[in-house]
Design a binder for this molecule. Structure first.
Ligand SMILES: Cc1cc2nc3c(=O)[nH]c(=O)nc-3n(C[C@H](O)[C@H](O)[C@H](O)COP(=O)(O)O)c2cc1C
Length: 234
């Protein structure tokens, strides 16, 4: 199992460093891999990167679980940075903004994945690549964020190149660009993300099939279906 958190739409740097290590090469080669992602709510591009890296190491992803902050993104826009900058998870403002991070209830409910592994692993062929978590609601794809993630990822590439071209860390111009980038990121999240979500909602009747294909692609291999949970079989 590869557990990782998302930083700037990518697997976090410590996880990326691990995946470049000799140890990772030995661990992943010809192995089935379950990915477990923890994040605020934007994980699609990070998982795409993880898929590439794991495939490059010779592993094959058979299941993907995503645990995200289920609070409304307007709240997590405050609570996530507040938690990261102060270490205080909240709740904030007397409970008006719920605690940051994956909720205790979601963590407890993840025991269903352990039960699925315990039930299936003993009799499973090592060459079997079918998911063990189908029907367990392992991921939820927020379709309103698909285009935002793609747009933000492109902008990160441009900003990254621009900031690196300004010189080494500590360089005055580079520091200035980093500050500008922070302002840019804030503005993108409060303008472009809701705007793209609204456009997507308006165009939904015309793009229904395409969105369904996108959701299926990003949700694979475990998928979004909750049928086993709903039937009480999880
Ligand atoms: C530098 C940084 C960048 C982050 N970028 C994202 C992001 O792009 N998408 C997202 O959903 N969460 C993002 N987060 C939130 C983290 O994914 C989340 O806080 C993480 O699950 C916490 O895991 P940890 O307790 O193991 O650090 C970011 C956090 C940090 C520190």
């Amino acid at each position: 199992m590869l557990a990782y958190q998302v930083w700037f739409l990518q697997p976090s740097l410590p996880v990326q460093a691990f995946l470049k290590s000799e140890g990772a090469k030995a661990l992943f080669k010809d192995r089935p891999v379950i990915t477990l992602c923890g994040c605020r709510n934007m994980w699609l591009m990070a998982q795409e990167r993880v898929k590439e890296i794991v495939a490059g190491l010779g592993g094959r992803i058979i299941d993907n679980v995503v645990l995200s902050d289920s609070t409304h993104s307007a709240f997590t826009f405050y609570s996530t940075p507040a938690w990261l900058l102060t270490g205080d998870k909240g709740p904030f403002f007397g409970g008006m903004i719920p605690a940051a991070g994956v909720s205790d209830a979601d963590i407890a409910a993840s025991a269903r994945f352990g039960r699925a592994i315990a039930a299936q692993l003993p009799s499973r062929e090592r060459s079997d690549s079918s998911p063990m978590f189908a029907g367990l609601g392992a991921v939820h794809v927020r379709e309103s964020l698909i285009e935002s993630e793609k747009a933000i990822k492109r902008s990160f590439r441009l900003w990254g190149a621009l900031i690196r071209s300004a010189g080494k860390p500590g360089n005055l111009l580079r520091n200035l660009l980093v500050c500008l980038y922070v302002v840019f990121l804030f503005l993108v999240i409060v303008t472009v993300v809701p705007l793209l979500a609204i456009i997507k909602a308006i165009l939904k009747p015309l793009t229904r099939k395409r969105i369904a294909r996108q959701r299926e692609y990003f949700a694979a291999p475990s998928g979004e279906s909750m049928h086993l949970v709903e039937q009480g079989k999880a």
